[in-house]
Design a protein around this ligand. Sequence first.
Ligand code: HAM
Length: 425
Amino acid sequence: MSGRAINAVKGMNDILPGDVERWRALEATLRDVWRAHGYREVRTPIVEPTPLFVRGIGEGTDIVDKEMYSFVFHDEPMTLRPEGTAGAARAYIEHGIHAKEPVTRWCYEGPMFRGERPARGRYRQFHQHGCEVFGDAGPLVDAEMIDMLVGMLRRLHVDDVQVLVNTLGGPGTRDRYRQRLVAHFEPNKDRLSDDSKRRLTTNPLRILDSKHDRDQEAIASAPSVLDVIDDDDRKHFDGLRAHLDRLGVPYKVDPRLVRGLDYYTRTVFELRGSGGELGAQNALFGGGRYDGLIEELGGPPTPAIGFALGVERILLATTAEKPFVEPPVFVAPIGERAAGEALVIARELRGLGIVTVVEGRGGSLKSMLRRANALESKIAIVLGDAELDRGAVQLKDLAAHQQRDVPRTDLSREIAAALASKVNA
Ligand code: HAM
């Protein structure tokens, strides 16, 4: 007797050999980046008590209202984790980690579950890598995290990325903003979608990330949080922006960016892609600060920030054919004196985690640049006696066929910024 074939649950996918190799290559790179930034891996259960997510992510969010795989087992309500932050926060509190170390940097990876409508890049079982920092109020660490992610995408050949940042402020700013939003939406509430009408009383901030056509006009004219932000929150946001500017990370302030989870305070960010086969599900990473969550879940007041990325989306977005070999910065010295300096430059860049090769065989500039192209280098540094005498080098953008003089003392910073701008071009 032959039975009817049984397929996988809708929105949950097999990953077959061949694809698994791509996953492994990507994950090895991700782990390498987290390790280099001082994150240590934590593994928490896939199932958590349902109230953890209801309290952490918040009632009135899509995740809690509509998407959780919840069930009762022996009278205990539990849920397949829809994300990793709430579980990490629970473990941080449960094991009294705050008393053992002043700042904690954790990373995690694994499957998450959300009952969303399946589409390309949107699944019901999907896979995240995430990092969380507990015990540091920022804004330095906020900028460092965003810079780490931009650098990582460069390494993964994910091009055409946009970095969006915003602040939601602390509790005072949020309360004021909530009132302003209610005042804005209330007079025209009959024109809003049913979901947004309901959220006007339960969770007005959520209206801002409604995808419903009927809501878009009212959302476009909604007040910005930056109109009501208090001095401390503004100082924090300005600090983040100054650090990002100093690091040369291009970003856009998007005052409508509120993110889909309720635990966020102050900094929020998203990295969106448009390259590769990524379709409408273009959010590659999302994250932000959640300074109130640890206390909300029964721990001591502890500032925190984190992000998570969707592995499936990164794989759709990358254009790398051979994942994930980072093209080196190519250093081309002309003459004996320059060769010595080239080695010093390369050591400096490698110290910053930038893959660098020095062309040691000499020859004409043209032949050296041919070798740079063969390595798919995007940037070359050219230096000869003339450059050494004026304390500078030539920085060549090999794709754009442009070059400029850069003072030797500014070189590392300029290179890091030039590489970051390649990701965000
Ligand atoms: P999230 O924005 O809900 O944030 O998810 C982070 C990333 O997970 C998204 O940018 C996307 O790449 C991926 N993702 C989310 N839902 C799906 C889906 N249905 N299918 C495929 N990929 C998906 C969080 O989860 C927060 N826990 C991030 C965080 C950590 N904030 C602070 N710390």
